[in-house]
Design a binder for this molecule. Structure first.
Ligand SMILES: Cc1ncc(COP(=O)(O)O)c(C=O)c1O
Length: 295
């Protein structure tokens, strides 16, 4: 991927309560968040100037921090307002929004009871998470080597940077092998999710998706389940074994960045993106775009 590196761009970043010039938004190398992954973040999208489900994302950010035993010193309303301000200052209406909170530098051992909690918000244009041509045909996914861990070993509901370590390793390996992304199994060997998105399947007009008992229950996932039900579809949240993939006709993934993206194959299993996938792609587009005021 090319493009201007993220630390060399122009614009404004909201950091600890103030807007600072983009290239001045720095942290020290001796920051607890960097060394010990005491860091949580969000990924959000603004459509036509409105951040989709902004408060749900702000709430998840605060809850993720609590799961890592720290409290973000801003309320949900204050975080929502800061995100709006950052969008406005950068003159963006359609954009990706990235709040990130981390422990600072006061203590640099495992214990960091008194470290300052920082919050920053960056926004940038990010039209499509996957190559538009691949997205059109249906993505090719690899099967990841690493598995989503047992919830007894990690705070699996937190959107915490440390939990992305295996996502980056898995995505890199998939890309080197010519795939767009990788699907991960969980610690039991059941179907879990992709490296930055949840996954759905279709069989005989019924939608099936893994139960989010050890991975992120995405805001997009919940939105799409709701939309599918409103369109009259049955949605079954259950444990899915990888060998069942042979029996599904459609597959798609969901996430703030990925939105609703069709999948054409996962390792040896093939799918044909069609009716239900296309209907939910359109429904999600309609749901996220700001509603026009009635004439
Ligand atoms: C690992 C993982 N799973 C699922 C999701 C989907 O979450 P959401 O729909 O809230 O963006 C994401 C994206 O944030 C993710 O990174």
């Amino acid at each position: 991927m090319s493009g201007e590196p993220f630390d060399k761009r122009d614009g404004w970043i909201w950091m600890d309560g103030a807007l600072v010039p983009w290239q001045d938004a720095k942290l020290h190398v001796l920051s607890h968040g960097l060394h010990y992954a005491s860091c949580v973040f969000e990924g959000e999208r603004a459509y036509g100037g409105t951040i989709f489900k902004s408060s749900e994302h702000s709430e998840r950010l605060r809850l993720s921090a609590e799961m890592l035993d720290f409290t973000i010193p801003y309320s949900i309303a204050e975080i929502d307002a800061a995100k709006r301000l950052t969008l406005e200052k950068n003159n963006l209406v359609d954009a990706y929004v990235r709040p990130v909170a981390w422990r600072g530098s006061e203590m640099m051992g495992v214990s960091a009871q008194h470290n300052k909690i920082h919050l920053a918000i960056g926004v940038w244009e990010w039209p499509s998470y996957f190559d538009p041509e691949q997205r059109q045909k249906g993505l090719r996914l690899d099967l990841a080597e690493f598995r989503r861990p047992d919830p007894a070993t990690i705070p699996c509901k937190a959107k915490a940077s440390g939990l992305y370590m295996i996502c980056t390793i898995s995505k890199h390996k998939a890309e080197r092998r010519g795939y767009a992304d990788a699907m991960m199994l969980d610690y039991r060997g059941l179907v879990a999710e992709c490296t930055g998105a949840n996954i759905f399947f279709v069989k005989d007009g019924v939608i099936h998706t893994p139960k989010p008992d050890c991975f992120l229950d995405g805001i997009t996932r919940r939105t799409v389940i709701d939309l599918a039900k409103r369109h009259g579809y049955e949605v079954v949240e259950r444990h899915i074994k990888p060998e069942e993939l042979a029996g599904f006709s459609e597959c798609f993934i969901t996430g703030t960045a990925a939105e609703v993206t069709p999948v054409g194959e996962i390792a040896e299993w093939k799918f044909t993106p069609s009716g239900i996938t296309h209907q939910l792609m359109d429904a999600y587009t309609a749901e996220t775009r700001p509603k026009q005021a009635a004439a």
